[in-house]
Design a protein around this ligand. Structure first.
Ligand SMILES: Cc1ncc(COP(=O)(O)O)c(C=O)c1O
Ligand SMILES: N[C@@H](CCOP(=O)(O)O)C(=O)O
Length: 466
């Protein structure tokens, strides 16, 4: 399997190199040259498999040139044994044909663990084989950071630098990152927002001279293909549990960087019957405005009760645009360059093509709180604010009540006690046992200005062999 850039001019790479990179050299994102396609018969034959065996069937075509089957299986078994529910991604029913898929049963209580627990093991495997050291640089609006640290911290060949927006993540999220000790772990609180952090990460991938040629950067954000790959699996899992592939499914996905929902799109491209994907956003609704009106326009980033989705520059949307433009990298580059100057649209027929599958809704803080309360009153089930946005969008956009609608439950409510409190449900979600003393642990992080030189200077002087 080769991987090509969405901007068309970077060299194609194999899996190992794609794993060890971030952006392509032309500024694009890597995608598989072609996707594996599974027949309905083959997908049907996967019913009853364990999560890790299903993960093997779905993902192995992407990695087979780089990793022997037994080694990959062992990695997957180890990865998904870290999850606290036997089903790994259990389904909870809210109403007739309406479900939440709980993706927060991993070590850091968000869906990011599905991919980042695996990514840590993949990096360990490849870097040990190559005897190579790398610097991980990532941006987080709250969840990727702790999942990346937890997934990669035991890997002796990496230093980890995570940028989060200062005072813009929940206290639980911040503590989950900053209380992990280890000489190779560095948390940087940037006086800016998530987009500022992500912009610095992307700029650093584009010009790594601050590392003086002694090491290289690796991405843990969903610009790294391996992140997306691992997120495809749970769409198959949910569908198989509810009668797929012999019936279609609809998914509602709380969306920020467009990685999770893009994985759902890929599951469909690989053969899973999916009839609808709902893009659920908070007030940072650039994707909703595009999907509802074919206008892609940056606006000022707002701080909401769902901080992990406080994102305006949505990285993986580029991967969808690449497909919508018949995989024409020049067209994608041109569009995204114009988008930096002002609002852009795509040709009407391309947008209508997207609309056959995608719907969207934007939910404000009041709607988020109302949904947490409504679901709690009806089901005695507590949603986190991101999942609540997914549920509300699912209910607003549903096309066919006969089709199961599955909202991705992207985080545990205990990560966002303030939002839960504001919803007025009158219960306090407890942190699980392994995090029970989180508020007593010592924190370590460095606050820096929103300044690329300051951040690169910090990384350049703090990595292990600097
Ligand atoms: C809890 C939570 N929900 C939803 C999202 C959005 O996911 P994506 O960025 O893949 O669209 C994120 C972060 O990205 C998140 O942390
Ligand atoms: N919501 C994310 C933002 C980064 O998204 P990613 O999926 O590209 O890593 C977070 O919690 O950090």
């Amino acid at each position: 399997m080769r991987y090509i850039s969405t901007r068309g001019s970077a060299p194609s790479l194999g899996f190992e190199d794609v794993l060890l990179t971030g952006l392509a050299t032309d500024g694009g994102l890597y995608v598989p040259e072609s996707l594996p396609k599974f027949s309905l018969e083959e997908i049907r034959s996967w019913r009853g498999l364990s999560y890790s065996e299903l993960a093997f069937r779905v993902m192995y075509p992407f990695v087979e040139d780089a990793i022997p089957a037994d080694d990959f299986r062992a990695m997957l078994d180890d990865t998904y044994s870290q999850f606290t529910h036997k089903a790994v991604a259990p389904l909870v029913q809210l109403d007739s044909n309406e479900w939440v898929m709980e993706l927060f049963r991993g070590p850091t209580l968000a869906f990011k663990d599905f991919a980042l627990q695996l990514l840590g093991r993949l990096l360990d495997y490849v870097l040990e084989k190559r005897k190579q050291h790398v610097v991980i640089m990532g941006a987080t609006s709250g969840d990727t950071g702790s999942a990346a640290i937890e997934g990669c911290r035991r890997c002796e060949h990496v230093d980890i630098f995570i940028l989060h927006p200062h005072q813009r993540v929940s206290e639980v999220q911040r503590r989950q990152m900053t209380t992990v000790t280890g000489d190779n772990i560095h948390n940087i609180a940037v006086k800016g927002n998530f987009d500022d952090c992500q912009r610095m990460v992307k700029a650093s991938f584009g010009d790594q001279s601050f590392l003086k040629g002694k090491t290289q950067l690796v991405a843990v954000n969903s610009i790294n293909w391996a992140r997306i790959m691992a997120q495809i699996v749970y769409y198959f899992q949910a569908s198989l549990a509810l009668g797929g592939p012999d019936r279609s499914m609809a998914f509602s996905v709380p969306t920020g960087n467009f990685g999770d929902i893009f994985a759902g799109y890929l599951a469909r491209e690989m053969g899973l019957p999916v009839s609808q994907l709902v893009i659920a956003t908070n007030r940072n609704d650039i994707l909703h405005r595009f999907m509802s009106g074919n206008r892609y326009e940056q606006q000022k980033l707002e701080h909401t009760l769902s901080p992990s989705m406080d994102i305006m520059v949505s990285s993986n949307f580029e991967r969808l645009l690449f497909d919508l433009h018949g995989r024409d990298g020049d067209a994608v580059r041109d569009l995204l360059e114009r988008a930096q100057q002002g609002p852009v649209s795509i040709e009407d027929y391309r947008w209508k093509n997207a609309r056959k599958l995608f719907d969207s809704a934007a939910v404000d803080d009041a709607g988020t709180c109302d949904t947490i309360r409504e679901v709690f009153e009806a089901n005695e089930y507590l949603l986190d604010p991101h999942t609540a946005i997914g549920v509300k969008a699912a209910r607003a956009c549903r096309r066919d009540p006969a089709v199961p609608m599955i909202t991705l439950g992207t985080a545990h409510p205990a990560k966002f006690p303030d939002a839960v409190k504001q919803s007025g449900v009158g219960v306090e979600p407890a942190l699980p046992h392994h995090l029970a003393d989180l508020f007593e642990r010592e924190e370590r992080y460095t606050v820096l200005d929103d300044d690329l030189d300051a951040v690169q200077g910090f990384i350049g002087s703090h990595w292990k062999h600097a």
